[in-house]
Design a protein around this ligand. Structure first.
Ligand code: NAP
Length: 415
């Protein structure tokens, strides 16, 4: 058991265990949380009330969560002088399932992203982001309900590996010189250099998790999204490794789009269709033919862009949840960042963290809790008492605060 200098382990509750590849969730688990920077604390206060109310409604006193506050980001640095204390990573490992708010990352210098660090250190190799429409939410599309995708974004490799050097640094100069002299590559003077590593291992395990999810949830297709026409040996290889994983690991349950086009439908009518799209084409496909897409597996950077764009199609980042999932360890968090201009105004939409909680409870097997929260959210939206981001797109809606929207969700669970 890890020891904690800054955090306090709750006096009651047990750690979730992971045995023989299966999560064992006690009735009274300890779940660590990071409030996050910017709007994180406002959102967390509303979200945790929703979570506790749903657990109570679903199970009475039979189940309960002991929330354990752990530190990361600005609060941690201000109070304890450390951006990401080791003990926070220890807590994520010890208790296995956690939830966090957003952490800010400076552009162009300063500390490396804490979010990226913890995904890499804990090997949370899949960032899972479901994007669906909630009836009544204003949005820019004619038929927003046609979009219902789950994006599996590779979470540990690609240009997010953090291997880059500033223009003019001795490292950048040395690497540029090596590439010129050894491989004849033409690199301009005073170039910054970044490296994009993508492995067969990392790509195949991500695709494997996406296919397993698609099969378990009766999804129709899996699309590999890549930019392999230009980055042939990284993104192109991602596509090839993805198809290889589908055929070697799931040959009996999958069929490729190309096979289908050749007429192989009859024997495999219910098989999961595996296809691929080039990333730029995929953005317009999701806008124009959203119902042709379902589960998506993609490298890190594509997945980052695609998930914000998809969220916009159904009304914005306010209802965009996510989970960073590895083997037996998971940290759930919203797709959005700290939205600092709204910090401490009790204004921002808590919906993305609330829905990240739904994903967390489903991951734990507490499906009744997830279902209650979704019902509460749906009714709150139908009641048109919503936060500013939704209100500005919904004619006749009343804008309410973060905390009041939490109340509306709780009320909606009983309606
Ligand atoms: P952002 O925080 O996601 O906010 C961009 C805009 O999205 C906001 O101004 C707001 O739009 C909308 N938005 C975000 N969260 C919302 C919510 N809960 N409800 C309603 N609308 C919401 O992106 P950013 O301003 O580019 O990034 C700020 C910081 O967050 C950066 O330091 C970045 O590195 C960090 N970040 C962290 C994470 C993470 O922790 N995982 C992820 C992404 C970014 P309107 O202005 O239109 O209202």
């Amino acid at each position: 058991m890890a020891s904690y200098r800054f955090a306090t382990r709750p006096s009651d509750g047990d750690a979730i265990a992971f045995e023989n590849g299966v999560l064992r969730v006690p009735d009274h688990p300890v779940i660590p949380f990071v409030e996050g920077d910017g709007t994180g604390p406002d959102i967390w206060r509303a979200s945790v009330r929703v979570f506790d109310a749903a657990i109570k409604k679903a199970y009475g006193d039979a189940r309960k969560v002991s929330w354990m506050k752990v530190y990361a980001g600005e609060e941690s640095h201000a109070k304890h002088g450390e951006w990401l204390p080791d003990e926070t990573l220890d807590a994520f490992k010890e208790f296995r399932v956690s939830i966090k708010g957003p952490l800010s990352t400076p552009v162009g210098g300063g500390i490396r992203s804490l979010n990226v660090t913890l995904r890499q250190v804990l090997d949370l190799y899949a960032c899972i982001r479901p994007v669906r429409y909630f009836e009544g939410v204003g949005n820019p599309m004619k038929e927003p309900e046609k979009l219902n995708v789950v994006i599996f974004r590779e979470n540990t490799e690609d240009v997010y590996a953090g291997i880059e050097w500033k223009a003019g640094s001795p490292e950048a100069e040395e690497i540029a010189q090596f590439l010129r002299s050894r491989f004849g590559k033409d690199i301009r003077e005073h170039s910054a250099i970044g490296i994009k590593p993508m492995s067969e291992f990392g790509s195949r395990r991500l695709v494997r998790m996406a296919i397993q999810y698609a099969l378990e949830n009766d999804r129709r297709s899996l699309t590999l999204v890549h930019k392999g026409n230009i980055m042939k040996y990284t993104e192109g290889a991602f596509r090839d490794w993805g198809y290889a994983e589908a055929s070697s690991g799931f040959g009996a349950q999958t069929v490729t789009e190309a096979d289908l086009a050749r007429g192989g439908t009859a024997a495999r009518a219910d098989a999961l269709i595996v296809k691929d799209r080039i990333a730029d084409a995929m953005f317009q496909q999701l806008l124009l033919r959203p119902d042709e897409y379902d589960v998506i597996a993609t490298p890190n950077l594509n997945g980052d862009y695609l998930s914000d764009a998809a969220a916009a199609q159904v009304g914005g980042l306010g209802l965009a949840p996510g989970g960073n999932v590895g083997d037996g360890v998971a940290v759930f968090e919203a797709t959005h960042g700290t939205a600092p201009k709204y910090a401490n105004l009790d204004k921002i939409n808590p919906g993305s963290v609330v829905l990240s909680g739904v994903m967390m409870f489903e991951y734990m097997g507490w499906k009744e809790v997830g279902a209650l929260i979704v019902r509460g959210l749906e009714r709150a939206i139908k009641g048109k008492r919503v936060t500013y981001d939704l209100a500005r797109q919904m004619p006749g809606a009343t804008e309410v605060s973060t905390s009041s929207f939490g109340d509306e969700i709780i009320k909606g669970m009983s309606a």
